[in-house]
Design a protein around this ligand. Structure first.
Ligand code: HEC
Length: 144
């Protein structure tokens, strides 16, 4: 093999052997992979086990306290996604299930970084953000 041809072959081999980047799934697929097992395809409630997303996520996304609660929920905080992917996933969830547009706009990766401090007292945090029952939302399911 002559020089240039050999160099081209080496370059092609390097491309073939390079580690592949992790596939970047769409936000919709990430919902299916990381949320849907519990929250179902349409975000409806499983009574006594999993609260509904429908409607609630729109309210949460509309206030700073609600957004903080949303990104620090244990199963959200621990999703195996980077902050940018998680922000896109949350935007998708708000669009799909929010029922009312979020006046605060899309999630920023910096905002999602609050997941480094996951909630431990989820019920207490929810009460602080959404208020006592009577807010028009179902009470929090017991998950002890
Ligand atoms: C293993 C089951 C499970 C998975 C997976 C899961 N959740 Fe949840 N989710 C729950 C449960 C149970 C609650 C009730 C609060 C708690 O205990 O965390 C909840 C609460 C919530 C709430 C708050 C609802 C409310 O009324 O306060 C939102 C929003 C939410 N999840 C979104 C998501 C998103 C987005 C994902 C994917 C990144 C996800 N969840 C993954 C089970 C799950």
């Amino acid at each position: 093999m002559r020089g240039p041809t050999r160099a081209a072959a080496a370059a092609a081999l390097a491309v073939l052997l390079a580690p592949k980047p992790a596939p970047a799934w769409s936000a919709r697929t990430n919902y299916a992979l990381h949320c849907q097992g519990c929250h179902l395809a349409d975000g409806r409630e499983t009574p006594g086990l999993v609260p509904r997303l429908r409607g609630t996520v729109g309210l949460l996304a509309a206030t700073p306290g609600g957004r903080d609660y949303l990104v620090r929920l244990p199963n959200v905080a621990a999703a195996p996604l980077d902050d940018r992917e998680l922000a896109a996933l949350l935007d998708w969830v708000v669009r799909a299930f929010g029922e009312q547009a979020s006046p605060v706009g899309p999630f920023a990766a910096e905002e999602v970084a609050a997941r480094r401090r996951p909630l431990v007292d989820v019920e207490g945090a929810r009460r602080a953000v959404l208020g006592a029952p009577g807010h028009g939302l179902p009470d929090h399911p017991s998950v002890h």
